[in-house]
Design a protein around this ligand. Structure first.
Ligand code: PEP
Ligand code: MG
Length: 561
């Protein structure tokens, strides 16, 4: 898909339809020429001919006989559809201009992209293929996919996806985990190198994409897929065994979910419950605001399937990269530091109360716990709790049943909260460390920005020290502490987290077996020694490399990175 979401599959036209298709191309060329000429004339009038010249150049390119000849040859000689022929030809031109290290030529590349889009628009017209209406298996290669677009990908057909922009900690990447499909987010520019029908390998484990692989590479990957399946089958054997260290310390492994159907993924992997239910996806998957009953039904679904295992429902964490479908992206200059998460809920009480009522009503059905995201000050926590008390009071007055010992917790994902955590824990039943945001806010690195992705490391010693502080505060008050950021889904960090005193981890469901395998292969003193050593290192890369080495010693065949 290009920036405008056009999808250009490799299509062939029947031999006897070639003339008709050439006519279609001709019409699209003519329509595009007319449009550009109109633009040129308008700009000439309004701004003067020096600006109109930009469009004059477009016209010349579009009507260049060589370019036309190449497109026609693809249709006549290879029976390509006009869309595919246009896209192949113009992408090749774009590529050539991009490869010339000259700013002026690079600008020309933009012009060619523009021409390609205009031609495709005229060719495809209303026949534009919608990503939401797929009928056969595809890999989605796109400039960008928002978390809500990703959440709405059709799992029956989308086998994997790659985006040019976005960061490793973005929710688009997290949703890929939920969909259980291979994905690479923030690969950088590559779309001009591919066309529909090309063979592409998406290596989600290593964050790599192989375009036009040779036979040897294909064979190697096929073998890796087979090995992966064998390992998954082997790990299935762990499902009913506890996540217990070799020296007998019990851990609890919970699942992080975005959609109710993932509860089954959790159960299939033997999780002890749901440690983080990201309820904002109820908004991201729908064009209208969910009613109390929509919330309630989703929660009931999750709670019933989990049958008395803990279910931690996090209240809405909208904003930043999580924007509901059809809504404009934030115009804030710093959305991550702006109106997001609990801040939105506290300023929009009807929305917040609707959700809280649904959670509290559903709480009679199981071990429901409620968690507030992005809490930064004690005052904010108290305000959120006050709204909750108010909702509970209302339900009580109306004789609507609810769980009286509903546990209340908060996400610890802002450094200010860690620093002040001794105060917070006095008013909480549990905490959960959100390392995705904690990393973003500690290192001042946007988790969603590929340009600073090389600076985004949960293994940074500063992040580790904050986790250590948070665990210490929780322990002082005997408050259970969990880690639910992506860090806990990566087996590279399991020994470190155990060594730092964590006994609960909440992870992407598909990661449960691998993390459990690490837990069962190590002892607590060993993990403590590893953590002490890691905490003494100076930078994120050294920490990660050290942890990888240690993991390899315990599980030599690990592919974790
Ligand atoms: C986190 O920030 O670590 C977290 C678990 O929440 P989210 O990824 O949804 O922001
Ligand atoms: Mg967060």
């Amino acid at each position: 898909m290009d920036n405008e979401g056009f999808r250009i599959p490799r299509r062939f036209v029947a031999r006897d339809a070639v003339d008709e298709e050439l006519d279609r191309l001709e019409r699209a060329l003519r329509a595009s020429t007319d449009e550009i000429a109109r633009n040129r004339d308008a700009v000439n009038r309004e701004l003067g001919p020096q600006y109109g010249a930009i469009f004059e150049a477009h016209l010349q390119m579009l009507n260049d006989p060589r370019l036309r000849g190449e497109i026609e040859e693809f249709i006549r000689g290879r029976n390509y559809s006009p869309e595919y022929a246009v896209s192949r030809t113009l992408r090749r031109y774009t590529k050539v201009f991009q490869s010339l290290e000259n700013a002026q030529f690079a600008e020309r590349a933009h012009d060619i992209v523009d021409i390609e889009k205009r031609l495709l628009r005229n060719l495809l017209g209303r026949r534009r293929e919608e990503i939401s209406r797929l009928t056969s298996p595809v890999l989605v290669l796109a400039h960008n996919l928002t978390p809500s677009e990703t959440a709405n990908l059709d799992r029956a057909f989308v086998q994997g996806f790659v985006t040019e922009i976005g960061g490793p900690g973005s929710h688009t990447a997290i949703v890929a985990g939920a969909l259980e499909i291979p994905a690479v987010v923030g690969l950088g520019p590559f779309l001009t190198d591919v066309s529909g029908g090309d063979v592409v390998i998406i290596d989600g484990n290593r964050g790599e994409v192989v375009l036009h692989p040779d036979d040897e590479t294909l064979a190697a990957y096929r073998q890796e897929i087979t090995q992966g399946r064998t390992l998954a089958v082997r790990l299935e054997g762990l499902r009913d065994l506890p996540a217990e260290t070799a020296d007998g310390t019990r851990l609890e492994l919970f699942g992080n979910i975005e959609f109710p159907h993932e509860v089954q993924h959790c159960l299939d992997r033997g999780s002890n419950g749901v440690g983080l239910y990201r309820t904002e996806f109820l908004y991201l998957s729908s064009e209208v605001e969910p009613t109390e009953d929509v919330h309630y039904d989703a929660y009931c679904d999750v709670i019933r399937t989990m049958s008395n295992r803990p279910v931690v429902i996090r209240t809405l964490d909208l904003g930043a990269d999580k924007i509901a479908q059809g809504r404009a992206a934030s115009t804030e200059r710093n959305p991550c530091l702006g109106l997001r998460s609990i801040r939105i809920s506290l300023r929009n009480l009807p929305l917040f109360r609707t959700q809280l009522r649904a959670i509290v009503r559903a709480s009679v059905l199981g071990d429901v716990r409620i968690m507030f995201p992005l809490i930064t000050t004690v005052l904010e926590l108290r305000q959120a709790k006050m709204v909750l008390s108010d909702v509970i009071e209302d339900l009580e007055e109306n004789n609507i049943p609810f769980r009286r010992d509903l546990k209340i917790g908060m996400m610890v994902e802002v450094p200010a909260a860690v620093i002040m955590l001794d105060q917070f824990v006095q008013e909480l039943d549990f905490i959960s460390i959100g390392t995705n945001d904690l990393t973003q806010y500690t290192l001042a690195v946007d988790r969603d920005n590929k340009d600073v992705a090389d600076l985004y490391h949960s293994s940074d010693p500063a992040v580790l020290k904050l986790i250590q502080m948070a665990v210490a505060s929780a322990r002082r008050r005997d408050v259970p502490v969990n880690v639910c950021g992506q860090m806990s889904s990566n087996p590279v960090y399991t020994m470190l987290l155990i060594g730092m005193g964590l006994r609960q981890l909440s992870v992407t469901p598909s990661a449960i077996p691998e993390v459990k395998r690490v837990c069962r292969s190590v002892t607590v003193p060993h993990c403590e020694a590893v953590a002490a050593r890691a905490l003494a290192l100076e930078n994120a890369r050294d920490v990660k490399n050290y942890l990888k080495e240690e993991l390899k010693k315990v599980i030599p065949e690990t592919t974790a990175v």
